[in-house]
Design a protein. Structure first.
Length: 164
């Protein structure tokens, strides 16, 4: 009887994650506000901004879009994997990957997204390299390569464990 109550309580505790995933949706809204703030800052100076500065702003926008996609992926697939299946009506457009991402594939997609975000950040740094000290550039590259190596290692580990 105590065991059954304990198990039911533990299982019900998964709902503690639901407000956390809801909080991620608030982070997505905040990111959207920042995205459009950047766009609005760009509009009045579009004809006077240098090509390099324009590319840097566009890279920032792409960076925010990738982070937004990462938030959506973690929010939905995390909810479905750990809390409850999303009830999306047949009349509603459904994301093709919804319900298909297990924790392992989610982990790999998150790692790949982090590498992509890091790549864009590194590209932004390199476009402004004349203003950045060499030792800082080296650290940016080392950190990026660490993300890449971690993503590759996780992918290899996932491939190895799936076949055994």
């Amino acid at each position: 009887m105590i065991e059954k109550s304990l198990e039911r309580s533990m299982y019900a505790m998964r709902w503690v994650l639901a407000p956390i995933y809801l909080g991620l949706s608030l982070a997505l809204v905040a990111l959207g506000v920042k995205f459009f703030q950047e766009v609005l800052h760009l509009v009045p100076i579009i004809f006077s901004v240098t090509e390099t500065d324009l590319v840097l702003v566009v890279l920032s926008l792409i960076d925010m879009a990738l982070v937004g996609g990462l938030i959506v992926m973690v929010m939905f697939s995390g909810y479905e994997n750990f809390v409850s299946q999303l009830d999306v009506s047949e009349n509603t457009e459904k994301l093709s990957w919804l319900g298909k991402l297990d924790t392992s594939s989610l982990k790999n997609k998150v790692a790949a997204s982090i590498v992509a975000i890091s790549s864009i950040h590194l590209l932004k740094i390199f476009m402004n390299a004349v203003n950045i000290a060499d030792n800082k550039l080296l650290w940016y590259v080392i950190i990026h390569l660490t993300f890449v190596a971690s993503a590759v290692a996780m992918g290899l580990l996932d491939t190895k464990t799936r076949h055994h």
